[in-house]
Design a protein around this ligand. Structure first.
Ligand SMILES: [Zn+2]
Length: 288
């Protein structure tokens, strides 16, 4: 089906003006507020109305531009939150169990969240980490109008960006650990083959590559602002500043579900892998 785009610029402006977050974006924590603002709801309502109008008209040539809230980004036809989830309550209002001590986790098969290292400072930077029991709870982990992306929706995100450079486009421009990689030897890079035959490059021993410390940050050209929030699994925290890991809503066998991952090493290291339901990962919501 053809993509349909509808102009809602005025609503977009209203949504932006209604939020103090946009005015203060540099110092804001990268988290989705516990309660949606009314501006988000009105945008959603408008989307629903727009979708209905399009169905009524049954006209696939209508140009359709989605109204985006201040913390939303459109990638392809998907609308993502720019923030990792940070809620303490399910969408029906019930409180989600907070884990503050690893001993609480023994045999825990209920929805729960924790801060990385049980440290609220990490929550302010990366949002909360949730187990999959919270993700799958019927009470609803995602705020109204949103849901946890399925395996296919994560795949679509990669398809939209292209696998080769998706990680670099998704990653924030800060917060990712540097890593040891290789760059072209700066001494002999410009040497011609003829010159090369008669001269050795002591800098790279003629391998034409030298090891170098490379930035793990991305370009964030997608606007997704992926952050390396780490994981709690097998009784230990790990991977903060190195890996971003986000749940999907899709099961993978009895004890596992699929997760989306991005590595600090290189711009293309992304993928979807399974993860134990009892592990705690970041959550990123996608709009209904
Ligand atoms: Zn060289």
């Amino acid at each position: 089906m053809k993509k349909i785009i509808l102009c809602l610029l005025s609503i977009s402006l209203l949504a932006s003006c209604g939020s103090s977050i946009e005015k203060n974006n540099s110092s804001q924590p990268d988290t989705l507020a516990n309660k949606n603002s009314t501006t988000e709801k009105s945008a959603t309502q408008f989307d629903n109305e727009a979708a209905k109008r399009i169905d009524d008209a049954n006209n696939s040539d209508v140009v359709y531009e989605v109204a985006l809230g201040p913390n939303e980004v459109q990638i392809g036809s998907q609308i993502w939150s720019k923030l990792n989830l940070d809620v303490t309550n399910y969408s029906n209002g019930e409180e989600i169990i907070q884990v503050t001590d690893a001993n609480q986790l023994k045999g825990l098969k209920k929805g729960a969240w924790c801060y990385y290292n049980f440290d609220p400072n990490n929550g302010a930077k990366y949002g909360k980490l949730y187990n999959w029991y919270a993700v799958s709870a019927l009470r609803g982990l995602a705020p109204d109008g949103w849901h946890i992306p399925s395996y296919d929706e994560w795949r679509n995100l990669l398809d939209n960006l292209g696998y080769e450079t998706a990680a670099s486009q998704l990653k924030s421009t800060y917060g990712w650990k540097s890593f040891q990689g290789y760059i072209t030897c700066p001494i002999c890079a410009g040497w011609s083959d003829v010159y090369r035959e008669g001269h050795d490059c002591s800098n790279c021993n003629n391998s034409r590559k030298v090891s170098s410390i490379l930035s793990g940050n991305g370009t964030n050209s997608s606007g997704f602002n992926a952050l390396p929030g780490g994981i709690f699994s097998f009784g230990a925290f790990g991977e903060i500043e190195e890996w971003g890991l986000w749940w999907s809503s899709s099961l993978s066998g009895d004890d596992h579900a699929e997760k989306f991952i991005i590595s600090f090493e290189s711009g293309s290291a992304t993928g979807i892998q399974n993860e134990r339901k009892s592990s705690f990962l970041s959550v990123r919501c996608i709009k209904n």
